[in-house]
Design a protein around this ligand. Sequence first.
Ligand code: NAP
Length: 255
Amino acid sequence: MRIGVVGLGLIGGSIFKNILEGKKHEVVGISRSVNEFNVSKDYNNLKGCDLVFVCTPMNVTLSILDKLNEYLDEKTIVTDVCSLKEFVSKKTYNYKFIPSHPMAGTEHQGWEYAFPDLFSGATWAVTLKEDTNKKDFELLKSIIEEFGARVVLTTPKEHDRAVALISHAPMLIAQALCKNIEDNELAQQLASSGFRDTTRLAMSNIEMANDMIKMNETNIKEVVSMLNSNIDNLYNSDYKKEAGKIKKFREELYK
Ligand code: NAP
């Protein structure tokens, strides 16, 4: 199979390096900064690809998807990896587009930090469109599984709400928790592993974080108000019983 990757940062670079290392498929890249391997700035390099991963920041992905229309036809399957799925799902293209989102990443960005095993053991959300054909989905799924990830099917709307719950709102809350102690030197001195673990998402890639909070604002605000009412409910409940149930739930989640 000939596989293309556009944007060789953390995610695209990891996809590229994984395929390169696997030696099962031919991989070609489109990059403004990487000059090694089978990588070029010229989108003609993507011609003849069976599958293309678009791995650019969310704020430029729509224009990249439009640009691909000039180079690809209905023989090619294209997927993106954006952290939000509704905004990319509205248009149709000459090629076959199946939006997706790997649930893997680190606080770093760029090719230097990309590594082939990034997706090992991760889930990878895929949102099918009405006209998605089963064979194309199966092909995308087989490649995602070669990366060591597991496909979870969802809809763009459900996806964007779920990621607000597990990723975007927690990131904003982690940042707010850091701001809470900005002027408290004692709290900073006493902060230990609990605070470090709770605020890990405050280390997210800033450009991506900015796209997330702007583009998923409604869902995030809903989660924050849900958080406030859950805190109230905990105070007004049989606290020990509720906290015990939560501890069990958390244990199961990461078993
Ligand atoms: P990244 O490391 O910053 O990589 C993005 C790459 O896109 C850059 O290295 C650059 O690659 C290219 N690029 C940047 N600006 C561009 C522009 N204006 N026009 C064309 N290409 C441009 O970011 P990332 O973490 O890989 O994120 C990429 C996508 O993955 C985003 O849509 C993000 O939502 C999604 N995602 C990220 C994570 C995560 O945790 N990081 C997880 C899941 C999904 P070249 O220098 O090669 O051109």
